[in-house]
Design a protein around this ligand. Structure first.
Ligand SMILES: Nc1ncnc2c1ncn2[C@@H]1O[C@H](COP(=O)(O)OP(=O)(O)O)[C@@H](O)[C@H]1O
Ligand SMILES: [Mg+2]
Length: 241
């Protein structure tokens, strides 16, 4: 049986900089996989490639056995792959509910259905009390949950989460961990870019480590944490975020 998401020999350069190099990994149905690596390793670029915001120079990406390379983001989203953005980008002047409706409309063109779906997602992420407020008035923790809600409202089979815990305190982080586990329990496969190692270790069954765009390790959390190449890559990474 083929994996839900298959990534094969993916490469992407920006001018002379090769941000992603011959990268391959799989994500199975219902799995949580973490994609980690030092700053500038190419993680966000991988998400941009998977979600159609960037086109790869080479390589293949298949969702349920079907190539999605060259498809536009909305088409990839319709096939069941959604992402959040590391730099959250809600429509600031729209209400929280409207922001989530934008995601829900991808699945439910009928506005009333989209609104109902958006309301349900707001309850799931704990933002229902903020539904009428402009997105610009939310705290960082709330904006992170809104970003998650917007992606979730598209009813993905695979959800790509780019640092949804960055900048949050311990309690807020714990809340997101619980939320991610709940989403996964409903059968959504998750690829997680995260610097909060405690969360990575507790959430993921498998970790893919990249450095300078290349996979340097892959395996269960314990093995990866003790891999000398991984330790070395992180020792050179002093910056935060
Ligand atoms: N649109 C772009 N144009 C040029 N360089 C980029 C662009 N996006 C990312 N990069 C560069 O590619 C490398 C990988 O970036 P990124 O994927 O954001 O890394 P990460 O998410 O792992 O921190 C970095 O050196 C970054 O500066
Ligand atoms: Mg990034």
């Amino acid at each position: 049986m083929s994996a839900l998401l298959e990534v094969r020999s993916l490469s992407k350069s920006f001018g002379g900089l090769q941000a992603v190099k011959d990268l391959s990994f799989d994500v199975s149905e219902g799995e949580i996989v973490a994609l980690i690596g030092p700053n500038g390793a190419g993680k966000t670029t991988v998400f941009a490639l998977l979600s159609g915001f960037l086109e790869p120079d080479a390589g293949e990406i298949a969702l349920r056995g079907r190539s999605i390379v060259g498809l536009k983001p909305h088409a990839i989203c319709a096939l069941g792959l959604a992402r959040t953005f590391q730099i959250v980008r809600p429509f600031p002047h729209l209400s929280v509910l409207r922001n989530v409706m934008v995601g829900a409309l991808a699945r439910h063109p009928e506005p009333r259905e989209a609104a109902a779906r958006a309301e349900a997602v707001l309850v799931e992420v704990g933002l229902e009390a903020r539904r009428a407020q402009a997105a610009s008035g939310l705290t960082l923790a709330e904006r992170k949950r809104l970003e998650l809600a917007r992606a979730l409202a598209t009813e993905p089979a695979v959800l790509l989460l780019d640092e949804v815990m960055a900048g949050l305190n311990a309690a807020e982080t714990e809340r997101i961990v619980e939320l991610v586990l709940g989403i996964n329990r409903r059968g959504v496969a998750i690829v997680l870019i995260e610097h909060v190692m405690r969360a990575v270790m507790s959430l993921s069954r498998r970790i893919v480590v990249i450095n300078y765009g290349e996979r340097i390790a892959e395996g269960v959390p314990d093995a990866v944490a003790n891999d000398p190449r991984v330790i070395e890559a992180y020792l050179g990474d002093t910056a935060e975020g």
